[in-house]
Design a protein around this ligand. Structure first.
Ligand SMILES: [Zn+2]
Ligand SMILES: [Zn+2]
Length: 246
């Protein structure tokens, strides 16, 4: 049997790289190609480049890509938030990333996904005026399963960059809601009614609040949060998510 004896330095490097790869994935999460030294985003530049950003011509209400000031699905809708903005379209690579983040407990993805939120806020002065970042509260059962609230991890990344404090305990979930993936927009609105409450109303009196979440689907959940926050005296509520439907 042939045994190759490696010099000590090489063995040390291999050992160190092995440790590193345990701590940080050295391959792209999506296509598995090697990441080299720039593994901060956990995705290779090709995969990262496939994320469809929503940068201009957006509906002033819901943030969907639209050439109309208010898109057709927002006309006649009653929102309690002033504006919702999303960094990218919920499809392909971004959708996969959010699934890894939420359902496969890859909490470290809060950093690259949070950077998308930071980019979105950098170009939007209204969002940066917030007094508090409020992560959308997670259902207690889901929190136990997941062990973290993805919205809270994202808010931490944004908070560090813009020095806006997080308020994560004042808006809380009062009860669980049945899963709403199969529900229509109207059914979702009914499903989320009365889900949240504000503990200390004085804290939000006359304040601007930026709600943070991972995905904006129909907006029913964030709209209900905004309704409760406005009811507690908040001057204005905006919404920022990593992704939304096209
Ligand atoms: Zn890749
Ligand atoms: Zn709209």
């Amino acid at each position: 049997m042939c045994v190759i004896r490696l010099p000590n330095e090489v063995r040390h490097i291999l050992f160190f790289n092995g440790l590193l790869s345990l701590l940080f994935p050295l391959n792209c999460l999506i296509c598995h190609s090697g990441l080299g030294s720039d593994n901060r985003k956990y995705l290779c530049p090709t995969c990262w480049g496939k994320i469809k950003l929503i940068e201009e011509s957006v509906c002033s209400k819901c943030g969907r890509h639209s050439f109309l000031t208010v898109c057709s699905s927002c006309q006649g809708e009653r929102y309690f938030f002033a504006r919702a903005r999303a960094a990218g379209v919920y499809e392909g690579v971004l959708r996969e990333c959010i699934h890894f983040f939420k359902y496969r407990k890859k909490a470290y993805l809060a950093h690259p996904l949070g950077e998308l939120l930071i980019d979105g806020m950098s170009s939007d002065e209204d969002l940066r005026e917030a007094d508090f970042l409020v992560p959308v509260p997670l259902d207690g059962r889901r929190f136990r399963e997941r062990e973290f609230n993805q919205a809270h991890l994202l808010a931490q990344v944004v908070s560090r960059d813009f020095k806006i404090p997080i308020s994560s305990r004042n808006l809380r979930r009062v009860r669980s809601a049945p899963p709403q993936t199969q529900l229509s927009r109207k059914e979702r609105e009914k499903n989320v009614k009365g889900l949240f409450e504000v503990r200390n109303r004085e804290k939000y009196e006359g304040r601007k609040i930026l709600l943070i979440d991972d995905v904006f689907t129909t907006g029913a959940t964030v709209n209900e949060c905004a309704r409760v926050l406005k009811g507690a005296g908040a001057e204005e509520v905006s919404v920022l998510t990593v992704a939304r439907g096209e």
